[in-house]
Design a protein around this ligand. Structure first.
Ligand code: AHN
Ligand code: ZN
Length: 325
């Protein structure tokens, strides 16, 4: 710190000390800027590791990178390491990465995303691709990229509340359509289920959680996902109205979406924290209603749209900077 800045800080602290205990804090309505180029570079940095499939080297290296990145932005960063069992009996070595902003604040909001990539591109038109892992530029890396950029921006202007940035592992090791056994919701979101149980027993609390899943596709459209409407209608209203205020109505559609088994389901049901999902629902899209690249070899960096990352990042920063203690 420069000497002049240090003196200013000391003056400010002295002024605070003499203020009445209940004096209102200055409003922090202005969210800092969100740089879409920066968010995009964080998406690319992840795909450059290769598919981040649990039990691979790329996965382990990327986990280290994510934790180091979070930490470099001043977040109090912890890696929750655990082993879990997938639907097919595979033991998965996993890492949830948690970066806490303003760790001392009792009022907290969660922004989260899964960071692992799907082991099989089983929705690909070409059968030759269906056993290959996906790059997961949209499905995984996009939400993480947006959250990393938000974390970078939290340094320039601190939000009034605490923010927990969480990257969940092993969301996407669920069975494909060809799986003959029972299709259970609990086969998805393995990292979140682990985190939610730990958090619940530790008495962890947060005001709400916002999950970002596939927030970088071209011409993406996010509808009001049905579990979010059921468990956390007020949170969904808050986010959707902020998006509308910022002019993003074409992305944040007022239409109702489907029930999506995703990480937010377990945040709601196990951790008992109201959680919404920002996830595409494009019923007329070719390929899948999550968009054309979902679980295909086309889910790569070429198909990431900075404008989508920006709409989501700006909306969320704006929501967070309006939160009061
Ligand atoms: C279902 O397909 C039931 N859930 C999708 C959850 C998911 C997969 N999100 C990203 N990839
Ligand atoms: Zn997926």
């Amino acid at each position: 710190m420069k000497k002049s800045a240090l003196i200013l800080c000391i003056l400010a602290l002295t002024a605070c000390g003499s203020r009445q205990a209940k004096a209102p804090l200055p409003a922090k309505n202005d969210a800092p800027a969100f740089c879409a180029d920066s968010a995009f570079s964080y998406v690319k940095a992840q795909t450059d590791f290769g598919p981040r499939v649990p039990n691979t080297k790329a996965h382990k290296s990327c986990a280290k990178w994510l934790a180091a990145k979070m930490s470099s932005f001043g977040a109090d960063t912890k890696v929750q390491e655990f082993t879990t069992t997938a639907f097919d009996g595979t033991r998965l070595e996993c890492f949830n990465i948690i970066g806490r902003i303003n760790p001392e604040s009792p009022i907290r909001v969660i922004v989260c995303s899964h960071w692992d990539s799907r082991p099989w591109a089983d929705n690909d038109d070409d059968p030759a691709n269906r056993k290959k892992p996906v790059d997961g530029a949209n499905d995984g890396a996009s939400g993480v990229g947006v959250i990393l950029e938000m974390a970078r921006q939290f340094q320039s202007e601190s939000p009034e509340i605490g923010v927990d940035c969480i990257f969940f592992d092993a969301e996407d090791w669920g069975p494909g359509d060809d799986f003959k056994g029972q299709h259970l919701e609990t086969y998805w979101g393995l990292g979140t289920q682990y985190w939610a149980r730990q958090s619940r027993s530790a008495g962890y609390k947060a005001r709400y959680a916002v999950l970002l899943d596939m927030v970088g596709g071209r011409k993406a459209q996010f509808c009001r996902e049905a579990y979010s409407s059921y468990f956390a209608k007020n949170v969904q209203d808050k986010v959707w109205s902020e998006a509308a205020r910022l002019g993003y109505t074409s992305l944040f559609s007022p239409a109702d979406g489907l029930y999506v088994t995703d990480d937010h389901y377990f945040i709601n049901t196990i951790a008992k924290i109201p959680a919404i999902d920002i996830v595409p629902y494009m019923p007329n899209s070719t390929g899948s209603s999550f968009g054309p690249t979902w679980h295909t070899a086309q889910d790569n960096i070429e198909n990431i749209d900075k404008a989508t990352l920006e709409a989501v990042g700006k909306t969320l920063l704006s929501v967070i900077y309006k939160e009061r203690r």
